[in-house]
Design a protein around this ligand. Sequence first.
Ligand code: BES
Ligand code: MN
Ligand code: ZN
Length: 497
Amino acid sequence: MDISAKNQELTSILSNVLVLGVFEDDKNLNAAQKKVDDTLNGLISEQLIKKEGFKAKFADSVTVHTQLKIPSDKLMLVGLGKKKEFDSTKLTELTSKIIKQLDKTLGAKNVSFELLGIDSKNMDVEQCAYSTAVGILVGMYDYDKYKSKKSTPQIKKIRIATDNIKDEKAAKSGVNNAKIICSAMDFTKDLINEPAQNATPEAIAEIAKNFSEDLGLTFKVYNKKQLQQMNFNAFLAVGQGSEREPKFIHLTYKPNKPKKKIVLIGKGITFDSGGLDIKPANSMLTMKTDMSGCATVLGVIQAIAAHKPDIEVHALSALCENMPSGTSYKQGDVLTAKNGKTIEVDNTDAEGRLTLADVLTYADELDADEVIDIATLTGACIVALGQNITGIMGNNPDMIKRIIKKGKESGENLWELPIYDDMQEMLKSDIADMRNTGSRFAGASVAGRFLQNFTKSKNWAHIDIAGTAFIDKPYRELNKGASAVMVRTLTNYIMSL
Ligand code: BES
Ligand code: MN
Ligand code: ZN
């Protein structure tokens, strides 16, 4: 599917369907639409809006033949909803919905969009083109790798039309940025969707190695023996019940003169059975997605490698399976984490925090300005915030605020959960420095409090995507399944530093 922006009159574009939008509370046509309307003898203003009473409610649409009075065969009039509410998030949601209609219902091969959203005055040309293209690309995502019948889109060509050369440049740049972020998101979704039988620690390390070479990133991988020497004991304990060797991967994007250094850490449990505290079948069903944090940081560093900011970015992930077997770690075991603190294993299903603990300590050695970990960490976070809001916590309120703000601008919702020092009480162990779980209460925050024991960074944030990484129902522009949530937020956050 080829998307591009071009400076061209709507009345001269040759396509199967030309898409125009009007607001529910302002159905006056803009100058470009008026030209189309005049050429079509008032088809839009008189026929569709006045006679048929098109309401222009958000994402409503009506499609009519143009009788070839303009080069496009059909015209689709789309409702943009209320003008004041229309922003980049709405635009992205809109084009995700519209593109499916164009592709599946209308079977169009070649479509053109006027530059939607520009009349709302909430966005500039670049943002309009970006949001339009993101909606289209995200909306068309489908995981068909293992289906005999592929869902190849009908649509081959999409054009976003602008009306002057300066706008064309801005729109092209918006489309280009959309392609970068959506290719990262597609990568992340594919990796999350990949069954655990194939997305093994070794296979993911190999994938990361391959794209690192292509993108000029530094890649390092550590095997079990090396990790033993590096004292990744908490991590290795989690992986010891599995037949598959654990791997720790470290990717680096390093510009010539970095002004900042950021470390991203992604939870990389390639399958979470719960271990000896085995999960009920229903809860285990989607646990191939427990490496979503890893897939996210790999997606982000790809987008960063394309944008080439003056920021050094590290992506770290400790990859292993959490399995029950004769060699599994056990309830009551005491692990000595990489930083020397001892942990009594209270529950083998609270494995993510154990793997992250050692990686956070490893990250200390990199002496970064900021450390952000992202993990499908707790069911408690899903209970608290649901599937469409991501939890965030940490030790720097200002940093958290800035990430939440970038999330909002990126169309992704985050909500801060508290970490109190005295939550350490809940992690008290009789025989070790702490245990790996608390009670049933405040589960997401207590997990955050646990992680805090293993970082020295004063600028640390922990993002819990247990609810949002893989969704049961479509949400805004997202289809159900892997969402690649936080790829946009974290990329935009790093680009804004
Ligand atoms: N990977 C799970 C968390 C999870 C649950 C992610 C549902 C996505 C969907 C994590 O390893 C886990 O099992 N957490 C336990 C912790 C508990 C034992 C303290 C949980 O939340 O139940
Ligand atoms: Mn678990
Ligand atoms: Zn897990």
